[in-house]
Design a protein around this ligand. Structure first.
Ligand SMILES: Cc1ncc(COP(=O)(O)O)c(C=O)c1O
Length: 382
């Protein structure tokens, strides 16, 4: 039944019951959530201080430590999308005047630059052409030049499909008495990550990619070194909602109300993480790698060129160069409207030059690859 709603006297809104098409989400995110995750989300909400919910929060913390391979006690899910968790890392670690060095190799590095500046950081940046990554030597030279309090890097740059190697970077940061902050939004669950082994001090992610959950509850973690800096701050954290000194009283043993948690999203996140634990983290990483390689082979068989060299290519997100003479936007539009498949276009420097294909979480399956390749074979000019 369609409902007519009047707004003022002159505007009328025709409201049919909700009808959203079912899509295969093979873009940069969100990816399709696992059916069991959607089912968990349907569980009736309890209160945000209900003992059953508090127990679920504890489980989320433990499972997040597992997927990140960390023992950080300050490991929580922020109520918000990946950008909120990104802002939580910046807000809790940056004090006005701190030198923050950002490695920019794509769109999300630039977001870190903008965000750190808004919290009063003295931001310095180094950059790479989109699709390339920093070597340890390049990072060492930049650290020696800028002597930052924080080095911020994007592990999986979704705008380019490149994976920034992190081995050795934590040691470098300790040598320079600096914190290491890492964006793992497009890597968590799909790409091997060893936060403690790599010496990462602050990290954030999202729920809607490798974890296979809807967006809205985003992982955040902070090492004891970062927690110590937080304790010794001269100024209060400038963002009340994301202040870990307050949030940890809700997530920790005090259990003091801070904000009303998005209960059903936390049910979903808990189920998504449980499914990864059931599969086994290493198996989950291997599945992502195997399906990505299957995709790469299929794309190359179609004579398409992949933008990032194999060594640094993300299994979760593949950038494919749009061939000369092909209207990339028209192809993406056709995939969506005729085949219900979403893929992404290029951002920034790569706008109009690449498509972005995501194989993340539940969608990292041979069936997704087969479907996409079958459709591309039909729509691409011979
Ligand atoms: C690398 C990276 N960082 C941060 C974000 C922001 O996350 P969200 O869109 O969930 O706020 C994204 C989103 O795609 C991302 O890919």
């Amino acid at each position: 039944m369609t409902l007519t709603v009047s707004i003022n006297n002159d505007r009328r809104l025709q409201l049919a019951p909700l009808q959203i098409p079912t899509r295969l989400l093979l873009g940069p995110g969100p990816s399709n959530a696992h059916p069991a995750v959607l089912q968990a989300m349907n569980t009736p909400p309890v209160g945000h201080l209900d003992p059953a919910f508090l127990a679920l929060m504890d489980e989320i913390q433990t499972l997040l430590r597992y997927v990140w391979q960390t023992e950080n006690s300050h490991t929580i899910a922020v109520s918000g999308t990946g950008t909120a968790a990104m802002e939580a890392t910046i807000a809790n670690s940056v004090e006005p005047g701190d030198v923050v060095l950002v490695g920019v190799m794509g769109y999300f590095g630039n977001r870190l630059v903008d965000m750190a500046g808004r919290y009063g950081a003295d931001v310095r940046s180094i950059s790479k052409p989109w699709g390339e990554v920093f070597s340890l030597d390049e990072l060492r030279t930049a650290m020696a030049t800028h002597r930052p309090a924080i080095l911020a890097l994007v592990h999986a740059e979704t705008s380019t499909g490149a994976r920034q190697p992190l081995e050795g970077v934590g040691d470098l940061c300790r040598e320079f008495n600096c914190l290491l902050l890492v964006d793992t939004v497009t890597s968590l669950g799909g790409v091997p990550i060893f936060l403690d082994e790599w010496g990462v001090d602050l990290a954030y992610s999202c729920s809607q990619k490798g974890l296979g959950c809807p967006p809205g509850a985003s992982p955040f973690t902070m090492s004891p070194r970062a927690a110590e800096k937080l304790q010794q701050r001269r100024h209060k954290v400038a963002n009340w909602y994301l202040d870990m000194t307050l949030l940890s009283k809700y997530w920790g043993s005090d259990r003091i109300y801070h904000h009303t948690a998005p209960i059903n999203l936390y049910y979903a996140l808990r189920e998504a993480l449980r499914l990864i634990a059931e599969e086994g983290l290493e198996n989950c990483w291997q599945r992502h790698q195997k399906n990505a390689e299957y995709l790469w082979q299929g794309l190359e068989d179609l004579e398409l060129t992949l933008h990032v060299p194999r060594e640094f290519r993300l299994p979760t997100l593949t950038t494919v160069r749009i061939p000369e003479g092909v209207d990339g936007k028209a192809i993406s539009r056709q995939l969506l409207s005729e085949y219900n498949i979403e893929i992404g276009g290029g951002l920034g420097e790569l706008a109009g030059k690449v498509w972005r294909v995501g194989l993340m979480g539940f969608n990292s399956r041979p069936e997704s690859v087969d479907r996409l390749l079958e459709v591309l074979r039909q729509v691409l000019p011979k």
